[in-house]
Design a protein around this ligand. Sequence first.
Ligand code: ZN
Length: 106
Amino acid sequence: MIERLHPEGPACPWCGVALTSPRSRASFRQLGRVQCTICARFFTALSGTTLNKTGLEPTGYVLLCLLLALGLGDQAIAAKLNVNRETVRRWRLRFQTLERIWSEQP
Ligand SMILES: [Zn+2]
């Protein structure tokens, strides 16, 4: 999933420089916080992507992806993640948009 969000590989969302050190690349893939060696700003693999503003922890995204993939309804997912049903509906729309973007990539 992280690779699909970043087809060009891990890079700083602020200045665009690619992550080269193995340690920061590994941390980036695990959704950890990474500091850019060029602009010194902190970011994660989700910074600057559609998923960034859902207000959910990285582990929550993975769970949400899983539940959506399993075909669970909004109500069931809302109950499992202990969030509002309307919030789940908005996430679902976001994921549908992402899936469309991904499927259009060659
Ligand atoms: Zn940077």
